[in-house]
Design a protein around this ligand. Structure first.
Ligand code: GLN
Length: 489
């Protein structure tokens, strides 16, 4: 059993009885136990529950009621609520929090027969680009343990890259699926805002948060996206999607004629790209796709430079209101022996939130306060509109965009912790699509100094099928997605 196999291949192995789901699940649990000491990619491992789910899946496989995902193990980012299993969100605040219900994503994937291996490490409240802001300690990049795996879904990316899980869920507010996928050499999709229900996802910035799959191949992402997505009456921002549309998401292999595709290269992104190694790799990717008949043209997204400051105003403003619910009263951390109610609020929040979360709450509250609201929050909303309009206009002349995912390869642990603005700049190429609400796919596109690099395909709202289709074509032309790190066994 190859721990680096795609879930499409693992499903074939289950269907042909080459191995059972129990054996497969046990194999991943063994690897987690043996190797995760090097990575810290899991916060919680749910071995017993996983084996029980695997046995149920084996029964379904035996009686013919199995679906395409039945019996396949998956790891969930630790901000998806899981009934009976701690959901920490990487924070001391929720260290003792056991959700009384499942997130819609968790519920749907479980109904599809997937087996939950555990909950993955992340930056606290998904705020960060390095996984160093976790209350449970930093996670490591499996390609080089001195490097970060990216963030905030860094544990998910490290686990998949290291073969500790064949696929994982992540969430992306400003890049948290795509950037760690790029840093760890795996594939990751941020769906269109509204594609996947946010019910049961611990909220960071509600107008931006979106769950999505992180895996080895584009085909795997499409299989899992098809099961995660769809309207949910418990999330008013989720979108109605027909069964035919969801089915189409699962079948990336068919229906795309690359010679009719026109792909835009955003001038502003390539101007901002200073990493020569990555520029060369993107050039090679473009040529690989040109070989399949895809046409490329330059396009302009004029407001790109405003995206990072705009995001850090809006996301922090939303975070400051979302996180006001953690008051030490209803659930989560409560300080010892409070003197009075104010002391309870103050100390509970001061003791349980980490430095980055506090920074966002403070800047977000500032941006929303009387006298500053107009200058910051409202201005940022207006800029967001301009950024969104840039994409809408670009997609009048091209089908999608090809861009870098990150400005550089995985940086060193500790390298950016004392410089939050430099850390925020890591998100320059991922944040614009988040602000616009459009889908974006990160794919491994080669190596620079032994570290994986990622490209990004960005499409119009609800164009996932086409994005995944072109991604699939790219992965038939290249084998970067088949490379995997060697861990000291
Ligand atoms: N790095 C960005 C931030 O810190 C994005 C995080 C995310 O997408 N959750 O806000």
């Amino acid at each position: 059993m190859d721990p680096f196999a795609s879930i499409a291949d693992l499903a074939e192995g289950l269907r042909t009885r080459t191995f059972s789901s129990r054996e497969l699940t046990q194999a991943y649990l063994d690897r987690i136990q043996r190797l995760d000491g090097q990575l810290n990619s899991f916060i919680t491992v749910t071995a017993e529950q996983a084996l029980a789910q695997a046995e149920a899946a084996d029964a379904q496989l035996a009686n013919g009621s199995a679906g395409p995902l039945t019996g396949i193990p998956i790891a969930h980012k630790d901000l998806f609520c899981t009934q009976g299993v701690r959901t920490s969100c990487g924070s001391r605040m929720l260290d003792n929090f056991v959700a009384p219900y499942d997130a819609t994503v968790v519920e749907r994937l479980q109904q599809a027969g997937m087996v939950m291996l555990g909950k993955t490490n992340m930056d606290e409240y998904a705020m960060g680009s390095s996984c160093e802001n976790s209350y449970y300690g930093a996670a490591s990049n499996p390609w080089n343990p001195d490097r970060v795996p990216g963030g905030s879904s860094g544990g998910a990316a490290a686990a998949v890259a290291a073969g500790l899980a064949p696929i994982a869920t992540g969430t992306d507010t400003g890049g948290s699926i795509r950037q760690p996928a790029a840093f760890c050499g795996i594939s990751g999709l941020k769906p269109t805002y509204g594609r996947v229900s946010r019910y049961g996802m611990v909220a960071f910035a509600s107008s931006l948060d979106q769950g999505g799959p992180m895996g080895r191949t584009v085909e795997d992402l499409s299989l899992v996206l098809g099961a995660m997505a769809g309207f949910d009456h418990r999330d008013s921002t989720s979108t109605e999607q027909s069964a035919a549309e969801l089915d189409a998401l699962r079948s990336v292999r068919i229906g795309l004629a690359p010679e009719r595709l026109k792909v835009g290269l955003p001038t502003e992104y390539f101007q901002a790209l200073t990493d020569a190694g990555l520029a060369t790799l993107l050039d090679e990717a473009r040529r690989a796709l040109e070989g399949r008949g895809v046409q490329f043209v330059e396009v302009s997204l004029p407001h790109t430079a405003a995206a990072v400051p705009c995001y850090y105003v809006l996301a922090s403003a939303e975070a400051s209101t979302n996180l006001s619910r953690y008051d030490g009263v209803r659930y989560g951390y409560r300080c010892e022996n409070p003197k009075d109610l104010n002391d309870l609020y103050q100390r509970s929040r001061s003791e349980a939130f980490g430095a980055e979360v506090k920074r966002r709450i403070l800047t977000g509250t500032y941006a929303l306060s009387v006298g500053y609201y107009e200058a910051y929050y409202r201005k940022a909303q207006q800029v967001r509109r301009l950024i969104r309009d840039d994409f809408v206009k670009a997609f009048e002349s091209v089908d999608m965009l090809l861009a870098p995912t990150c400005p550089n390869a995985a940086f060193g642990k500790g390298q950016l912790v004392s410089d939050p603005v430099a850390m925020y700049q890591q998100d320059i190429f991922t944040i614009p699509a988040s602000l616009a609400g459009v889908p974006a796919l990160a794919l491994p596109c080669g190596f620079s100094e032994q570290l994986p690099m990622g490209l990004q395909l960005i499409g119009p709202h609800f164009s996932e099928q086409r994005l995944l289709g072109l991604g699939q074509i790219y992965q038939t032309e290249t084998d970067w997605h088949r490379r995997h790190p060697q861990l000291g066994e």
